[in-house]
Ligand binder design. Structure first.
Ligand code: AMP
Ligand code: MN
Ligand code: MN
Length: 322
């Protein structure tokens, strides 16, 4: 950690980025670290390839995260947050390697250990928790923007302090963030309690797609582009859908098959994104790695080029290992 701190203190212009289709931890760690480094008078640019989910638009300074990475040649350092491998940041991965120093901050057990400097701890609940440790080591004061960002990141990745990655540290840091001004009711209100009517319509369609394997241990939900357009929702408007499939009794592995937008299908070469959630008895990250993806023991994902019937066959075969 000290090498990283020494380096950061010498840096003048830093690009910070995180995985495309960002979740609460990706956004929270990006915003939290960006706002913190800025207090050291370092110039920072925050970048994400995708549109940000509307549920996180309430975060103070969220507008600082841009879809334009600026001029890559201007940066002396790039910080990659919450990414198990560099490709997760999207198309920009080919140009950021030209930035002289890369720092990799992540909590995925499948992290490929890219970059000159790394802070990797698979036991940490979230990347936001690792950002908190770094900010503390650097003695940077926590302001209300940082407090909201890190609280939201930890809350999102622990499923509101319910998942098995919830530790005393998750509560201790959250406690401190609340003391610094993060209002838990406000965060929960925006992230969980506000659902558009269109999203309810999408849910009814999605529930109709649920299939369960013969042994009852695997559930599959399918989300198509046609369902998004018929319900008037955007993918960035929906999150946590897979949790419905995971709550079904006796299910050990829940799977969400998400059909990519036609434009992205061409660009990324994959037809579907597959999300996996385990009850803990099966290693979802190991299954995902078998298809070039990654993640955590209980939550993982991969991208695949296949037709829907081919993909369903592959996924139903997972039930044999459950
Ligand atoms: P998701 O289901 O997409 O929300 O992802 C669940 C977990 O798996 C997250 O921790 C992701 O970072 C990770 N993950 C998802 N897709 C991939 C992928 N294609 N490659 C590596 N890790 C992934
Ligand atoms: Mn993430
Ligand atoms: Mn994370």
């Amino acid at each position: 950690m000290h090498n990283i701190i020494n380096h950061l203190k010498k840096s003048n212009n830093i690009l910070l980025t995180t995985h495309s289709h960002p979740d609460g931890d990706a956004i929270g760690s990006l915003l939290g670290l960006g706002l913190a480094l800025e207090q050291l008078k370092i110039k920072v640019s925050l970048y994400n390839e995708s549109a940000l989910p509307i549920v996180y638009q309430f975060l103070p300074s969220i507008h600082r995260i841009k879809k334009d990475a600026g001029n890559i040649g201007d940066y002396d350092t790039v910080i990659i947050l919450d990414c198990s491998d560099l490709h997760r940041i999207g198309a920009i991965c080919e140009s950021v390697i030209k930035i002289p120093v890369m720092i990799n901050i992540d909590h995925h057990s499948t992290n490929t250990r890219f970059g000159e400097f790394q802070i990797i701890d698979p036991v940490a609940s979230s990347t936001s928790e690792l950002v908190y440790r770094l900010i503390k080591e650097m003695d940077i004061p926590i302001n209300v923007g940082i407090a909201y960002a890190l609280y939201t990141g930890i809350m999102a990745d622990t499923g509101s302090f319910r998942f098995s990655n919830t530790t005393p540290a998750s509560f201790e840091i959250s406690h401190e963030m609340v003391k610094h001004g993060a209002d838990p009711h406000k965060v929960a209100h925006h992230v969980y309690e506000t659902i558009s009517l269109n999203r309810i319509k999408l849910l009814t369609m999605l529930f109709d797609t649920i299939e369960v394997s013969e042994n009852g241990k695997l559930s599959i939900m399918t989300l198509t582009q046609q369902m998004l357009s018929a319900s008037g929702t955007l993918i960035e408007d929906v999150n946590g859908l897979i949790n419905y499939a995971k709550r079904i009794e006796n299910v050990k592995l829940a799977v969400l098959l998400y059909e990519r937008k036609a434009s992205l299908r061409r660009k990324s070469g994959s037809e579907f994104h597959v999300s996996l959630r385990s009850d803990g008895t099966v290693n979802a990250a190991a299954l995902a790695m078998g298809f070039g993806g990654g993640g955590h023991h209980n939550a993982a994902g991969f991208d695949i080029r296949a037709t829907l019937p081919e993909l369903k066959k592959i996924v139903f075969d997972f039930s044999k290992h459950l």
